[in-house]
Design a protein. Sequence first.
Length: 250
Amino acid sequence: MDPVAFEIFGLSVRWYGIIIATGLALATIVALRETRRIGFDEEYLIDLLIFAVPAAIIGARIYYVIFSWEQYQGDILKMINIRGGGLAIHGAIIASVITAIIFSKKKKISFWKLADIAAPSIILGQAIGRWGNFINKEAYGGPTDLPWAIVVNGQKVHPTFLYESLWNFLVFGFLIWYRKNKVKVEGEVFLLYIAFYSVARFFIEGLRTDSLMLGSIRVAQLISIVLIASSMILFYMRRKKYSLNDSKKH
């Protein structure tokens, strides 16, 4: 499939950008609906997005360039050219979280509440955004004869973008259900998002052929292990603190 959707005044508009923008739009709608449901001021969310979206794109690109340094070294224009792909979701998450922490402190609102509002939207955006990898013929796996294999450069390979997209849609549904029915402590939805996404990413990354590497280690797998451990520790600590406070009240 041609990665260029159409042209405007000689400027090519790529499917990758259209898909990312669609994911962002739908994610924003979902998040705004949640702010209304819980009575949270939606202006805070809109203001956060103004800062978090550019930060996420910059963070995703910086992360990718750092771990692909040999490809970009000495070429500034190539580093900042994201039109052909080359964005790493872990970089986007890190940059977004840092932005949200700073924003919440400045506005004197709960970071954890913001994170819980945003978490299902983030994973929804990721689920949709992965199809941009399909258009660009990137983020695919090794050879396979499975019936759902896709053909890249004449070879049947694992559609790892599809595996991750389907998993992300499942996690999105679970998080929506969880925050309506099971939440006890602010931050649980966000921490579960981090954990569930990272579990799948760890295994899917093992199938990919274009992983960012740190020596012989797949960076995404290393980061996934760190995120799983840290999110589950924080989940346990926050739930334990809630239980202690609840027992004192009684």
